[in-house]
Structure formats: C-alpha cells, structure tokens
Design a binder for this molecule. Structure first.
Ligand code: GLY
Length: 368
C-alpha cells in the first residue's frame, strides 16, 4: 500500500508518496510531470551503485530515458564546487525549462540538486527520491535547498519545492544500522516537538522498526512526513512555527562544526544529542519537568543511539568554544540566539529568552 501525504502549498502543492516498490514504479509516478520522455538524475555514488539500475528500469518501463551524474557521498559534496559542476552538467545535458531533474540520494544530494534546480534557467522542476531515513522524513520535504559555506552549514540556498517526493521504504533496507539510527534521530524529533502520542508509539515500536519491520518503518515515515507537511503548509519560509523543526539543531550544528562535519558525528546523531541537550536546558530553566530529559535519553539509549556528548569519539572543544559556534548558527535574529525549548514531550516552542549561562553550564556538565 502506498501512503500519500499532500504538502498543501496552493499551486505549488505536491505529494509525498511513501511505500514499497516505488523505484520500480518510478516511470508511472513521474510520467505525468514530463513534457518529453527523459530526465536528468543526479545521484549519490554509493546509492547509484546499489539502486541506479533499478531506477533506470523503473523509468524505462514507461519509455522514459535518463542521463545521470554521480557525486561523492558525504557532506563535503554540498559545496560551490559540486554545485557549479552539477549546474554546468545539467546545461551540458540540454535540460530545458520544462524538464525535470531527479535528486537520488540522501539529504546532501537532495539539498544540492534542489538548489541546482532552483537556479537552473531561473528554476526547473525537480523530484526528490530520498534514499536515507533522514531524507525521507525531513530534508526531501519542505523545499529547503542549499549548500554549505566556510561560515557554516546551509548558509547558501533557496526555498524551492519539489514537484513530487517518492519515499521507497524498501531502499531503507540497504542502509547501515548507523545511518538508519542517525535518520531515526529526526523521527524522534517529531514526537518530541509536537506529538507526545507519536513519541510513545516510538518508545513501543522503535526497536522493531530499527530491526527491519517494514510496516512500522512506513508508518514512522508517514507520521513524520505528515507532521512536516502540516507545518510547512502553515509556514513555508520559517517565519514562525517551522522553526520548531530545528529542535536540537543549534546544539547539533555546533557539535558538527566542532567535529568537522565528518564521520565522528552524523547529522541525525547530532540532532538526537541536541534534542537531549535542549530538554536538559529546558529542565534547568524550569520550563519542563526533570523527568522529561530522562525519558528522552532513556529512549535514545534503548535504541542504541548516541545520546550524550561523551558518546562522540575524540576530543571536543570546551563549553566556551561550543557556545561561540552556537552563536554562529543562522538562527540568530537581531544578535540574539533563538532556541527551541520545550514545556514537555510533544510541546516545543521558540524563544530568544534563554540565559546563556544556563546553556553553558549544560554544556560544561556534558563535557566533564
Ligand atoms: N529541516 C528543517 C526544515 O526543513 O525546516
């Protein structure tokens, strides 16, 4: 069964289709968008090795031909260099204004290709085929596209909504356990920010879905995407509510920066640790009960996930340096750092009224 979540954005509304076997059906799914039977695919090279032939035959089954460009896996690909290479390649392929570009990979490829589609010929349509759990539940939905700068992550980009998202649940079976659990950090985030029932459901079903239960995986993706679609539908460009999706991310971005955006800390791992730190900070500020952070940490630990700063291998800078990195985060407004804090599980809110000394003490304790 295919679940369909509509992202309600007026004349730019689109479907996120979630289910098994979508790669094999890609031709039929994408054909209605095409003005001529060909597409350009930009793929993560690891994903391409595993799944590009399946996508090619899924498209060919409806007479659609494809050209493809493979890019290296990893955060380093979200750079000016790979961005300009991708745009020039799309022009070399004579991609026209009415054509469709496909992003085939995880969050890095989705963000980069979406940004390339946003600027190519002043904007062409694109389809997201997210292949990581993180990309299926978060980055492929909502139209945030972009690349990184030496000044920080995602500082260069555009809002450009895809025309369709195909989240094939079978593909998740080829992820490493670590990559799957990293994406699960973003799934947990949804429960923590706005749906206590979903968090409770994850406490019960998380271990089985991590072990491979496909029905539970599809349900977790569907519920996550539905929450994101609802929020994006109300606040596409993050004037307010959408910022809740950044729960844990200010801590996460500082930790990713401190670890050099490398294998020491995957993004979703940083989100999970960041959520635990956001709950701890909220508890110390008297905004939520002391039990809430303990319950969050207990679930992350039960899932075998990185939960605490001490779970990150290697040395980390001190609390002052991490605070400095947090101040570089793009969620600064009028010189004040905006945090997503919580009143409890499923009840997040945005505030600029957070005492930096409390944040620093949370970080110092976590580092000691
Ligand atoms: N990943 C956060 C957002 O899309 O707003």
């Amino acid at each position: 069964m295919i679940d369909v979540v509509r992202v309600p954005l007026g004349d730019r509304a689109y479907d996120v289709r979630i289910g098994r076997g979508l790669l094999a059906r890609a031709g039929g799914e994408i054909a209605p968008l095409l003005t001529q039977p060909r597409v350009a695919v930009i793929a993560d090279e690891t994903v391409a090795g595993l799944h590009l032939d399946a996508l090619r035959s899924g498209l060919a089954s409806r007479g659609i031909s494809m050209v493809s460009l493979n890019l290296p896996a990893g955060e380093g690909t979200k750079s000016w260099e790979h961005f300009s290479h991708s745009v020039e390649w799309l022009l070399d392929q004579k991609i026209e204004r009415g054509d469709v570009v496909i992003a085939f990979g995880g969050g890095v490829i989705g963000d980069l290709v979406g940004f390339a589609a946003a600027v190519l010929r002043r904007g062409v349509r694109f389809v997201q085929i997210p292949t990581s759990l993180l990309a299926q539940v978060d980055s492929s939905v909502g139209g945030k596209t972009g690349i990184n700068s030496k000044h920080g992550k995602n500082l260069i980009g555009a809002f450009h909504q895809p025309s369709l998202v195909l989240a094939d649940i079978d593909i998740l079976g080829t992820l490493t356990a670590r990559d799957f659990l990293s994406g699960y950090g973003e799934v947990v985030k949804y429960g923590l920010l706005g749906d206590a029932d979903f968090f409770e459901w994850l406490e019960s079903n998380g271990p089985a879905l991590a072990a491979g239960d496909l029905v539970l995986r599809q349900e977790a993706v569907r519920r996550s995407v539905q929450m994101k679609a609802d929020i994006v539908g109300r606040d596409e460009t993050e004037q307010g509510e959408r910022a809740l999706l950044n729960l844990g991310h200010t801590f996460c971005h500082a930790l990713e920066n401190a670890t050099g955006y490398c294998d020491r800390l995957l993004h979703g791992e940083g989100v999970a640790i960041g959520c635990a730190l956001a709950f701890e900070t909220s508890a110390r500020l008297g905004l939520c009960s002391q039990e809430a952070p303990s319950r969050v940490r207990a679930h992350l630990k039960a899932m075998g996930m990185k939960t605490d700063i001490s779970d990150i291998p290697g040395n980390l800078p001190d609390a002052d340096t991490l605070m400095g990195l947090m101040l570089q985060d793009k969620k600064m407004l009028g010189g004040k750092l905006h945090f997503v804090m919580v009143h409890g599980i499923g009840d997040a809110f945005v505030t600029s009224d957070v005492d930096p000394d409390v944040v620093k003490s949370v970080l110092s304790d976590a580092l000691s």
